[in-house]
Structures are given as structure tokens and as C-alpha cells.
Design a protein around this ligand. Structure first.
Ligand SMILES: [Fe+2]
Length: 257
């Protein structure tokens, strides 16, 4: 299967207006979406922050629905596909919810994928890993750990990443990582080559300070690892976001029962 630009997915954005520290209004959302379209993106995952200790799931979903209604018409106007989801902060309050499926993306494989933000000071201790395991067991979700490059205790520990993938986690990076230091960039590229990074996103928040910069990072991957690596990332994202009807394995994600 050849992946064209039409199938590129931005897996992580804060484009929904007025939801969090992302786009402040629908006008800014539109500009951000236009920037993504210009870079060949076809599917935009809308992943506003959800902090379970700050508001109830119901309140969050109501706010998300209202924000979404403001930009929904842009999908048809711009030829985009939206995937409504969340970036959910991992905290014990999350376990108070009975059903977290509205926070998740529904994959073509029937699985639910939860973009999960760990606390920035997380040490990824055995205790934390067991709580992640509990999340998987209780809700039957596959956590997609957001911007793994931001967590030194995780990104510098290949064995830990392997262990989390074995448990059913997936790994997401922000494409801005390739603007950072040489060693981090090299490490992330090696993880992509080993199928230990599964999806990429801009984590864009606005048009200026944290804009949707997609194609530059994709070019780095393409130049360093070739077209196949970009295609695999695209296929993973299509499967997780339910675009792909064809079922295939996400590299690095082991079959779960
Ligand atoms: Fe984010």
C-alpha cells in the first residue's frame, strides 16, 4: 500500500477553540488547520488536555462538544478528517470514571487508544508502571504515551520502553523533537527504525509560539530512514484513528488477548 500525502495524520493537536492552552478561538483554529493542510495533512486528531483532577469527565465532554461544533464545518471546507479525542493526564482521579471510552480513539482493529500524558517529573517507577498496567486491565485501552521525548527517565531507557510496549502501550513523539539536540534526535530516529515509536504529531497550540509544524519533521524521518518509515508511521496512525479498513499489525505492538 502506498501512502500519499492525503493520508498523513497529525496525531496530537490543541486546535479545538477555547478548550485549554491551545487555540483561543475558532479563527485561530482555522488558521492552524490551514497550516496543516498546506503541509499535506489529511487527518487531524483533536486532543485537548483532560485533567481528571480538575473537572469531571462529563464537564470535559460537554465543553469538547461545544468547541467541536464551532470548527466541525471546516472539515468539509478544507477536505480534512477530524478525530475527536483527548490528551488525558495520567492521575489516580482518572480511575474514578466508569467509562473512559469517549476520551479514546477507536481503532480499525476495534481497540480503544488513549493519548496519555504522564506527569513531567515522572520517574516511571515500578509503581507507576503497575498503575499503567492497571489502566490497561481495567478499561481495556491501549495507552499512547504522549511526547516521550520529554521524559528523560523514559526516553533514555530502552528496556523500559520495550516493557511498556509489551504491556500494550504505544509511543508518540512531537515532530519538534528534531529541532532539539543531536543525541536526542539520533535516539528518536533509532527508536523509529526499531518500531518503538508508533505515531507522530505537532502538539501545536497556536499559530506562533507552538505552531503546527509537520512537514519539516517528516522530512527528517524520510531523509534519515527512508520512505518506508514514514509510511509505517502513517499506517499506524490510520489504524489507530479508524481510517484503515484493512487490518494489519502496528509494528512493535504485540498481539493482546
Ligand atoms: Fe499536548
Amino acid at each position: 500500500m502506498n501512502v500519499t500525502n492525503e493520508e498523513m495524520v497529525d496525531f496530537h493537536t490543541h486546535i479545538l477553540p477555547g478548550m485549554d492552552d491551545g487555540a483561543k478561538d475558532a479563527e485561530e483554529s482555522k488558521k492552524m488547520l490551514q497550516m496543516l493542510v498546506q503541509q499535506g495533512v489529511h487527518t487531524v486528531c483533536l486532543t485537548p488536555h483532560f485533567y481528571p483532577y480538575k473537572e469531571t469527565l462529563e464537564a470535559f465532554l460537554n465543553r469538547r462538544e461545544q468547541a467541536f461544533s464551532q470548527i466541525q464545518p471546516y472539515a468539509a471546507e478544507m477536505g480534512l478528517r477530524f478525530v475527536l479525542a483527548s490528551e488525558t493526564f495520567f492521575n489516580d482521579y482518572l480511575f474514578h470514571s466508569e467509562d473512559i471510552s469517549p476520551l479514546c480513539m477507536k481503532g480499525s482493529d476495534g481497540r480503544s487508544y488513549l493519548l496519555t500524558e504522564m506527569p513531567f517529573d515522572s520517574h516511571f517507577s515500578d509503581h507507576t508502571v503497575s498503575r499503567i498496567s492497571r489502566l490497561i486491565d481495567i478499561y481495556g485501552v491501549n495507552p499512547v504515551l504522549a511526547h516521550i521525548e520529554r521524559y528523560p527517565k523514559l526516553v533514555n531507557n530502552k528496556k523500559l520502553i520495550d516493557r511498556l510496549i509489551d504491556m500494550g502501550c504505544l509511543m508518540q513523539i512531537n515532530l519538534s523533537v528534531f529541532e532539539k539536540g543531536f543525541f536526542l534526535k539520533k535516539r528518536i530516529l533509532s527508536y523509529i527504525a526499531k518500531n518503538m515509536v508508533h505515531v507522530v504529531g505537532t502538539d501545536s497550540h497556536n499559530t506562533e509560539k507552538r505552531p503546527p509544524k509537520y512537514s519539516e519533521g517528516i522530512s527528517v524521518i524520510q531523509k534519515s530512514l527512508g520512505e518506508d518509515a514514514v509510511n509505517q508511521l502513517s499506517r499506524n496512525a490510520q489504524q489507530i484513528t479508524g481510517l484503515c479498513q484493512e487490518k494489519f499489525a502496528i509494528w512493535g505492538l504485540h498481539e493482546m488477548n
